[in-house]
Design a protein around this ligand. Structure first.
Ligand code: THU
Length: 161
């Protein structure tokens, strides 16, 4: 007999950044600053990430594009891999994400792509504590996910290998 499984994910939507605690607003401001330093001449879509680590360090990243398109990397993975390379084993606590398009105004919260969710999942599973994510466009609403699991149900991790 086939069994149906229902997967639930919980997200919280805030009307604006001002609704969030000062510490999260500051983290998002760091993401906005990083976003402006993105190298995105091809997509004209700038993404910034700010990652708060458990040792108090703050790491930022932005998308780095390439004339050979697949050789570029997303903002989230630039930040996550820098953190992993510089502070191995230190837990990721909170990541703030923001985007800005040079073509149009983005006021829709823009979630991380699938590959970035999978990369972040690896750290979350290993550290055994959830990563809180906040994402927004350039303006407008902010979405909070309390765990990568809420963005990537059925995480593929090393337990399947
Ligand atoms: N991008 C990110 O940096 N993060 C995401 O999660 C989605 C996409 C970048 C990749 C590329 O440089 C540009 O945005 C357009 O896809």
């Amino acid at each position: 007999m086939a069994k149906k499984l229902t997967i639930t994910a919980e997200l919280t939507v805030f009307e604006s950044l001002q609704e969030l605690p000062q510490s999260i607003q500051e983290l998002m401001h760091k993401a906005q600053e990083a976003r402006e330093r993105a190298y995105a001449p091809y997509s004209r879509f700038k993404v910034g990430a700010a990652l708060q680590l458990a040792n108090g360090e703050l790491v930022t990243g932005n998308n780095q594009e390439n004339a050979a398109f697949p050789s570029g990397l997303c903002a989230e993975r630039v930040a996550a891999f820098y953190a992993g390379a510089t502070y191995p084993g230190v837990a990721f606590q909170t990541m703030a994400l923001t985007v800005r398009s040079l073509n149009k105004e983005v006021n829709t919260p823009t979630p991380p792509c699938g590959a970035c969710r999978q990369s972040l999942a690896e750290y979350e599973v290993n550290q055994k504590s959830p990563i809180t994510l906040y994402f927004m466009g350039e303006t407008g609403k902010v979405v909070r996910a309390n765990s990568v699991k809420d963005l990537l149900p059925l995480i593929f991790d090393s337990s399947y290998l």
